[in-house]
Write a protein that binds this ligand. Sequence first.
Ligand SMILES: Cc1ncc(COP(=O)(O)O)c(C=O)c1O
Length: 443
Amino acid sequence: MEKRRISFSPPDISELEIEEVCEALKSGWITTGPRTKLLERRLAAYIETGKTDVDCEIQENERRYSNRVVCLNSATAAEELNLRIFGVSAGDEVLVPAYTYTASASAAIHCGATVKFVDIQKDGDAATHMPEMDFEKLEASITEKTKAIITVDIGGVVCDYDRVFEIVKRKKNLFKPMGSDGTPLGDLSSRIQKAIGRVAVVADSAHSLGASRVFKGMRRYCGAIADFTSFSFHAVKNFTTAEGGASTWLPLDGIDNAEIYHMYQLLSLHGQSKDALAKAQNSSWEYDIIGPWYKCNMTDIMAAIGLRQLDRYTTLLAHREQIIAKYDETCDALGIHHMTHHTDVMDSSNHLYLMRIPGITVEQRNGIIRELAERGVATNVHYKPLPMMTAYKALGWDIRDFPNTYDYYHNLITLPLHTKLSDEDVEYVCESLKETMRSAVLM
Ligand SMILES: Cc1ncc(COP(=O)(O)O)c(C=O)c1O
């Protein structure tokens, strides 16, 4: 086999994205503006209907698809704002799976909360084989201080939200909604906590735009399942705006959705009562600062990439699915365990390909990664568990308390999965894996 260079996750940018970015640059408006607002509306329509071809500039559609998405500069910022809107702060506890990326936990720490890690189920969820939290341990970890659970839809696979919601409802009596401190944010958070009336389910769906699952008997898309959801549009994600992300939430009875949307705007733009676009209109220069808040808005240049990515998104997802089918075939033939992207109740966004090689040590796993790299195939590990990381060890966490998490990690490899892979590239990855496994057996 002639050697190929297979990178792990390059962005898929077509002429369409390039042209739209040029249009944005020439338009005279490059920060948060009309393109960002249009992307928010179209993402809201996608989350509600699964349709990517909705033109939300039309007035009628503006009313039909709610103002439930705020585009930001990262998923980390989106999760942080989700927690801040819900009023998470010092003294609160946030439950996070030990098996995830740091941003799932660090966003809660930024808010001043204490993170409590939860081990995963042995070998992951029975149907998808993904590292879902152990539900008994999750339930037992909820105390009077718990304000939120971060569920992580790793690799685009949607967690079992029916189970998570059953748990938070059963533990409702422990939840004490915060009172208002009289500030605009404190007052809104207090009303949101009273309306939800239990621990909030805050999804880290960094990988999962477009994924869906049957929830409460109905198929719903990520962004319309958990109380709050964050998406990542980072360069390595299925859907990219270079950097970027979005927050979305479930509209609440008794609270005007426009008020929640406006609070996200304030939190993401210095607490400034008017954004640059509003100030530019009708020479209405004067603004107020409502709170000394953050700066994490999306620019129209980023949104320009997103608008054209959204046009192509269902095609991109289908391409990923074909690659997954080839990988499944190869892993099955080699006796390698792998995640399941599609079940009767769940369709993932086909973001990552996690596989676990039975009977190998961490050293052998790392040897296989090195050998694949020598053959030109870049792979990865999603993830080294957080209790193994310096920052979290310093907070007192110890991986020995999370045996299922460690076990899941020790033999895991993530294969390259992206839409720049040709059929020949996929064939090359599969053949390289077969050859590497043959030499690994001899090691
Ligand atoms: C599970 C998970 N959550 C959150 C993030 C953070 O995303 P962003 O880089 O957009 O902040 C990532 C990034 O890779 C991730 O993998």
